[in-house]
Design a protein around this ligand. Structure first.
Ligand code: SF4
Length: 349
């Protein structure tokens, strides 16, 4: 049923003249290429190419090689990662870099099973690194690839797990047959440019001759998603200003959401709306606005409260264990999450 050449020949020749010009695709023959791919794969997890492009070059300028990154601190990595979201990825990339430097003679392993043991590297990423960095056969299947292959062979997609497994087996067969690197990236580019979710541009597609969906004019491909009800949480965030114009920040806990990033002090984030402040606290603190932020598993509304440097409450503030005072122009040097960047906009209010 699966004849690899029907796909590989037209796809690879299309890819060679239509590939996206992405910075991590340059210089595959360079000895530093696997490190560049490693960084790109960490950044691209749950993040669009367009967003990653705003961060990738800056990261590589700061740490051009794995040995440079392996000497970095978490705070330094979070500073560059600030705004990219899913901060544990940055911390896991740093841990992985150190393991590679210390235990693997600074060489990114080619073995998928070894790669999978590193922090933050799962089944897909280990396969993508093996195929893209080292041109090895793999089962690298992202959503774009899954859609193209499912449509090409008009596979059953109702059972998402079974469908993924079938697509992985086909991709392994295809990559074992010819140019894994070009094939995987060609499928990704085809899925993001022509074989798009709603109405695919089949007329321009290099695979239309053998594509079963095209032949039968059936393009459905909707992986069943369980509809999640996203809870709403509420809290307060305090912009506390000292007499020298600096603001109090604290480092979040070692683990959990936004781990180890800096934040302005906040209350707990609860599902019940906080009661309005008492008249007394209104005299001493100023509610300056609200910040809304969407996390993958809840949405958050924070009331932003400014405590100015004349407030009597300043004397009573207990310095948090990981607390620091920073001037507004120093905030960019901290690993501030997007949420806290939104709150920091109220500093000028
Ligand atoms: S012919 Fe159409 S449905 Fe088939 S792979 Fe190409 S774009 Fe997708």
């Amino acid at each position: 049923m699966y004849k690899p050449n029907d796909i590989t020949y037209p796809l690879i020749s299309w890819y060679k003249s239509n590939k996206r010009n992405l910075p991590w695709r340059n210089a595959f023959n360079h000895e530093n290429a696997p490190y560049r791919i490693l960084v790109s794969e960490f950044m691209l997890q749950q993040t669009t190419v367009a967003t990653v492009l705003n961060y990738y070059d800056r990261f590589l300028e700061r740490w051009p090689r794995n040995e440079d990154l392996s000497n970095a601190t978490e705070d330094e990595v979070l500073e560059i990662w600030s705004g990219l979201g899913y901060y544990s990825r940055g911390i896991n990339l740093l841990k992985t870099s150190k393991i590679i430097f210390n235990d693997y003679a600074n060489k990114i392993p080619k073995n998928i099973d070894v790669l999978k043991t590193f922090p933050g590297i799962g089944e897909y990423m280990s396969s993508a690194i093996a195929s893209i960095a080292y041109n090895l056969p793999s089962k690298a299947v992202d959503t774009n690839i899954q859609r193209v292959i499912t449509r090409y062979y008009q596979l059953d997609f109702k059972n998402a797990v079974r469908n993924r497994k079938t697509v992985q087996d086909i991709v392994l067969l295809l990559t074992a047959n010819d140019s894994p690197r070009d094939l995987i990236q060609g499928l990704m580019d085809l899925g993001s440019s022509l074989c798009i979710p709603r109405l695919p541009h089949c007329e321009k597609c290099p695979l239309k001759k053998g594509c079963h969906s095209y032949k039968n004019s059936k393009f459905e491909f909707t992986l069943k998603k369980i509809k999640k009800i996203i809870p709403q949480r509420y809290g307060r965030v305090y912009l506390i200003e000292r007499s020298d114009g600096s603001y109090l920040l604290e480092k979040r806990a070692e683990n959990g959401l936004l781990a180890k990033t800096y934040q302005f002090p906040t209350t707990d984030w609860c599902e019940t709306k906080p009661l309005p402040d008492s008249p007394k606290s209104h005299q001493e603190m100023q509610v300056v606005g609200k910040v809304n932020h969407k996390f993958s598993h809840f949405t958050l509304e924070l009331t932003v409260i400014k405590v100015d440097n004349k407030s009597e409450d300043l004397q009573n503030i207990v310095m948090p264990e990981n607390g620091i005072w920073k001037k507004p122009n120093q905030l960019d040097q901290l690993g501030l999450s997007s949420l806290m960047r939104k709150a920091s906009k109220y500093i000028e209010v």
